[in-house]
Design a protein around this ligand. Sequence first.
Ligand SMILES: Nc1ncnc2c1ncn2[C@@H]1O[C@H](COP(=O)(O)OP(=O)(O)OP(=O)(O)O)[C@@H](O)[C@H]1O
Length: 459
Amino acid sequence: MKKTQKNFDENEAVLHSLKDDILVTNLDGTILKVTDTTSSIYGVHPDDLIGRSVYDLEQEGVFTPIITPLVLKEKKKQTIVQSTREGKKLLVTGVPVLDKDGKLWRVVSYSHDITELMKMKSYFLEMQDEMDRVKNELKLLRDQNFNNEGIIAKDREMKKSLMVANQVAEVDVNVLLLGESGVGKTQLAKYIHNNSPRKNEPFIEVNCGAIPQSLFEAEFFGYESGSFSGAKSQGKIGLVELAEGGTLFLDEIGELPLEHQVKVLKFIQEKSFYRVGGTKVKKVDFRLISATNQPLEKLVEEKRFREDLFYRLNVIPITIPPLRKRSADIVLLIKHFLDVFSKKHNRERELDEAVMQQLLNNEWKGNVRELMNLMERLIVTSSSPIISIEDLPDGYVKGKNELASFQSGQQPLKAILKQVEKRVLNDAKQTYKTTTEVAKHLGISQPSVVRKFKEYGIK
Ligand SMILES: Nc1ncnc2c1ncn2[C@@H]1O[C@H](COP(=O)(O)OP(=O)(O)OP(=O)(O)O)[C@@H](O)[C@H]1O
């Protein structure tokens, strides 16, 4: 039977003036009073609430769970989160009301709509999960980068370089790594970072030779929105800003054109910069390591490299000897890469002694990178478990006449030249890291290198 709210007394008037929803039940759970807000929250007319049992309303799904039995059981104030039929989330507080003899008499409950709050909470939790995932991924990537940092060094000169690297790792001094392409300058820079107090912060590598000149400033310092045509509308953070707290590694610093050298020098001195198109000075805290395979002092003499910048970078120079002068390292590196690539490609391989002899006498123009690429190639291409001389590419076998095959054949000159070109490009690809370097060493333009790689299917 439904009861209606007639004859408002003073208490009722107060009750209805409240903006919160109030719901009063007796000890059976029958609803005695509600405010207007209650009915709008549950989407039920007051007449359809008064006189009804909260147990029935729960069964019907109007709201769930109900608080009355909890308050009756605990005999003190309780708070729960309730869902309504319309999908709202309510924070409901129920209070026991005692009669003049101190016995339980009524239960009064009131609620706050927390739907938005709950949505925010679930969004927040999702974001937190996402953050954890990204953090783990980042850690994994950093670990992958640094796991193999156990630098192989048996050669006396190489050991000396490593010792200096160890000594300077602790201190925030500028280090300049010198050595031919592929000797392990980047590897050593990572090693220094990973043994420094900044090891848990970013290691940001900037290849000064690989960034197109016109984009250098925007890539290096970042830019503000709309600072030049083609810029992203929201602006972009620069590489130097990413290095905050960590190590900034300027690789191939000798390739930096003079016009950029002055800006880089100012930035290194002041440890502050402006984004392109920016008006606010930005500070960044980093440790600087730079590297080059160029004779910087000679470039200074030729006025192609600023002397002041050279002295800034060259506080602690560390030279890494070329691989051909580190025969003790060659043997160890061969074993190391045999192991790494055997595992990677799931193929157990060993080197025939004659192959080892050939490799020990090789010139290794591309140094450790060349050796590493050759080992992977041999493991992938050799069909038997023992890699023999026949498996070695032509350039690695002393005394083998590379042109013999062409001389004995009846091919036209054009076809022979193409084959030679392909071989030269292939070798250069193994030796150098970027197409810019390949272009420089072969004396052709970088777009030509890219075109020829494509033409010969060199990947
Ligand atoms: N001593 C070493 N032990 C193990 N791996 C090495 C060692 N030195 C170099 N490598 C590996 O050889 C490859 C080339 O090394 P790295 O990139 O450090 O050379 P680089 O001198 O920086 O070359 P570039 O001048 O072209 O930038 C990398 O994959 C590196 O991990």
